[in-house]
Design a protein around this ligand. Structure first.
Ligand code: AMP
Length: 192
């Protein structure tokens, strides 16, 4: 099974590249942001709490998101070719939990880190905000989300480097160029 863990700052292109990867390699695409937004759309009490966290640019608690992933992995169909994890893990505790959950089913994952310059991230998110309608795509929240990324998410690179399944990709280029770099990495890992 091919599990890809796609990481990167907000605006690094995770959603776009995940869709390309899912299509090309026949993988399931799991975006934790989408799962959480679906819960908000239900209007549940939980959804309201999640909505407030997301609108302020903060992460939802690890236990909550780890539970979502645990249920997802446990219910994977037998013929599943693998998953592209988009936006998960976002903390070292989540990365540790994912390793354990995958291990339980005899699986592992390849972490691909999309590296994008900060100015470009902000520019992309502001552009996206004009059409996305997302409460968190405004300048103040974007700045906070990037700070949260540096503080809580960036350290997972060291975690995966240490575990030997880390690859960095220059995400400053066009969508097509970035996808080419990603394909090279995935194809190489499949041939090993
Ligand atoms: P995204 O759609 O990936 O940009 O995620 C939007 C927001 O959902 C993030 O800013 C977080 O508030 C929340 N979120 C998504 N994935 C996670 C995660 N793995 N851990 C905690 N919060 C998350």
């Amino acid at each position: 099974m091919l599990n890809i863990i796609l990481c990167g700052a907000p605006g690094s292109g995770k959603g776009t590249q995940s869709a390309f990867i899912a299509q090309k390699y026949g993988l399931q695409h799991l975006s934790t942001g989408d799962v959480l937004r679906a819960e908000i759309a239900k209007g549940s009490e939980l959804g309201k709490q999640i909505g407030a966290l997301i609108a302020n640019g903060n992460l939802v608690p690890d236990e909550m998101i780890n539970g979502v992933i645990e249920n997802y992995i446990a219910s994977l169909p037998e013929d599943c070719k693998g998953t592209i994890f988009d936006g998960y893990p976002r903390t070292v505790a989540q990365a540790e939990a994912l390793t354990e959950m995958l291990k339980k089913y005899g699986m592992d994952g390849l972490m691909i880190d999309l590296m994008v310059d900060e100015q470009l991230l902000i520019q992309r998110l502001i552009e996206r905000g004009k059409v996305s309608g997302r409460a968190d795509d405004n300048l103040n929240t974007i700045r906070h989300r990037i700070a949260v990324y540096h503080q809580q998410t960036e350290p997972i690179a060291h975690y995966y480097l240490h575990h030997g399944n880390y690859c960095a990709v220059n995400g400053n280029h066009s969508m097509a160029d970035v996808f080419l770099q990603i394909m090279r990495i995935i194809d190489k890992s499949m041939n090993n």
